[in-house]
Design a protein around this ligand. Sequence first.
Ligand code: GLY
Length: 357
Amino acid sequence: MSRTLAVVGGGAIGLAVAWRSAQAGWKVTVHDPAVGSGASWVAGGMLAPLSEGWPGEDALLQVGAASLQRWPDFGSELGALVDEPLFTSHSSLTVALDAADAADLRTVAEWIETQGYRLELLSRAQIRAAEPSLAPSIRLALLASTESAVDNRALVRALRLACEAAGVAFVAESVVDPESLPADQVVVAAGTGAAALWPGLPVRPVKGEILRLHHRPGVAPAPTQTIRGSVHGRPVYLVPRGDGIVVGATQHESGLDTQVTVGGVRDLIADAQTLMPSIGEYELYETAAGLRPMSPDNMPIIGRVSDRVVLAAGHGRNGILLTPLTADAVVAELSGAPLPEAKNCAPDRFGPTGRAH
Ligand code: GLY
């Protein structure tokens, strides 16, 4: 008889854990009142551990790179299940508008090389040739030729189909106490909700607002790759999405608030337009906000915290990127042989892992 596994949370992480665990022989039930409706639904879907890296953040780079390496196989298995393309771009450009940004790009490029990876600096002329819709004032860019982007909503649909095909059951109810679930093992993968489910877990919500834009006839086409930059000190990114662009994202520590604000939308439009002047001609068809489950050190929290409970929490800005690695790490943990690549993600780095009551 298969052993039973309850997964609390049906976002990208919870669904991937459920799918891979079912494939590994577990009899899995996912508990979530609204599967795929949280941060996974709002995400930008950038897989960018290299160009978002920074000297000193070596552990985050290594765990992100280990997950990026898994994405081509993971994505092609899932992509076969949905009609829409899962990958919406295959590389990323981080751009510099001023001398300070350009110096930062050079710092990242040099550091990445010391870590065993490679990013390429592009001149103004090379940027114009690669992405003519970008502002001519952009003076330097960092090309990451392996950093793709994923359609987060297609991902959620594909994961749900994969789970169903693997025999995963769904219970559309909230869980109050994971330890009360009648399963041999329980995985808590509930995004920002994990903090309430495992009191003492240091995960806090950081709100992010995004815009979803459609291309309109006669307007300059969207960039073919993910574009990231900083405008007035605010990070902004443009992620190609089929016939449009996802623009993100604001960052606010405002508890569980998921309202989209006028100021957030105004800043995103202004900053995106600084990078790509023709964006004002696009259709703005959706605004949304999600809650990133941030950990104190920006590293995910993956591992066993009791005889029956494993956490897959605290993925912060990198939930979509870290989905395949997290699924592998949880399956490995459940089998009693933890994944070496996830060793820096262990919950006990924050002290005793027992539940604080
Ligand atoms: N991963 C993109 C963001 O957090 O805005």
